[in-house]
Design a protein around this ligand. Structure first.
Ligand code: ADP
Ligand code: MG
Length: 252
């Protein structure tokens, strides 16, 4: 579904990704772990097409919603989203003046239009939003508030999962979705990822530092990202090894 080959990227002329390769197939969950500053968030931003992140080499192929092989780096951010790519950010943005429901409905319908599908009616949308909210413990009250404004860390992450549930992406790249969550919120978010994304035609790249999320969303593969590339890959046992020994040992 996603094939990253020898990806190089820089910010302000400073190389951050240095020949990163990663292959993700439908039905799989890949965890990416690695020290601070390794380039994990940069990978997410580059996949999402964030301005300021310049790709200087390599390729990214994405199998979109209609099974077409797409040159992801050649697409605008909104085209990537419409093709089925979802990014969950380490620091979700606040959007004062825009209500959550308004934002979600606009995003969902923009994607549907881009795919040539009919827009969702207000009634259908509200039903879908309510169902996702219930599953993720996000009240209709929170849905009506301005996007993420005044939300706690845990509320922002649960709200992000509501977005993911409504958009129904093919591939989710989730950047430290577990950071700042208490134990109950972690369970809710983890169960949400499994419910929304564990399917034969979907895949997840889960950036995390902690085993506790991987106990819930069990990865098929674990990778260590250090100095801008994948330096080790293994199965779920690699995450346990990292927790025991630290990155310095394992990535050496
Ligand atoms: P990680 O998510 O693995 O902790 P990041 O991808 O956030 O790492 O950062 C990788 C490196 O890129 C770090 O050295 C960081 O300081 C640098 N970096 C990130 N964003 C910028 C920026 N906007 N300008 C300059 N350097 C940046
Ligand atoms: Mg990061």
């Amino acid at each position: 579904m996603l094939k990253i080959e020898n990806l190089h990227a820089e910010i302000d002329g400073k190389p951050i990704l240095n020949g990163l390769s990663l292959s993700v197939r439908a039905g799989q969950v890949h965890a990416i772990m690695g020290p601070n500053g390794a380039g994990k968030s940069t990978l997410g931003y580059v996949l999402g097409g964030r301005p300021g992140y310049e790709v200087t080499g390599g390729s990214v192929t994405f199998e979109g919603s209609n099974n077409e092989q797409l040159d992801l780096l050649d697409m605008a951010p909104d085209e990537r989203a419409a093709a089925g790519l979802f990014l969950g950010f380490q620091y979700p943005v606040e959007i004062p003046g825009v209500s959550n429901v308004q934002f979600l409905r606009t995003a969902l319908n923009a994607q549907r239009r881009a795919r040539g599908e009919a827009e969702m009616s207000a009634g259908d949308f509200l039903r879908a939003a309510r169902a996702q909210g219930e599953a993720l413990d996000v009240s209709m009250d929170m849905m009506k508030r301005n996007v993420n404004v005044g939300f706690s860390g845990g509320e922002k992450k649960r709200n992000e999962m509501v977005q993911m549930g409504l958009l129904g992406p093919r591939l989710a790249v989730l950047d430290e979705t577990d950071s700042g969550l208490d134990i109950d919120a972690l369970r809710i978010v983890g169960a949400g990822i499994n419910r929304i994304m564990r399917a034969p035609d979907k895949a997840v790249v889960l950036i995390t530092h902690y085993q506790r999320l991987l106990d819930i969303v069990q990865p098929d593969f674990v990778h260590v990202l250090a100095e801008g590339r994948i330096v080790r890959s293994g199965g779920p046992e690699l995450a346990h090894e990292l927790e025991r020994e630290g990155y310095a040992q394992v990535a050496a």
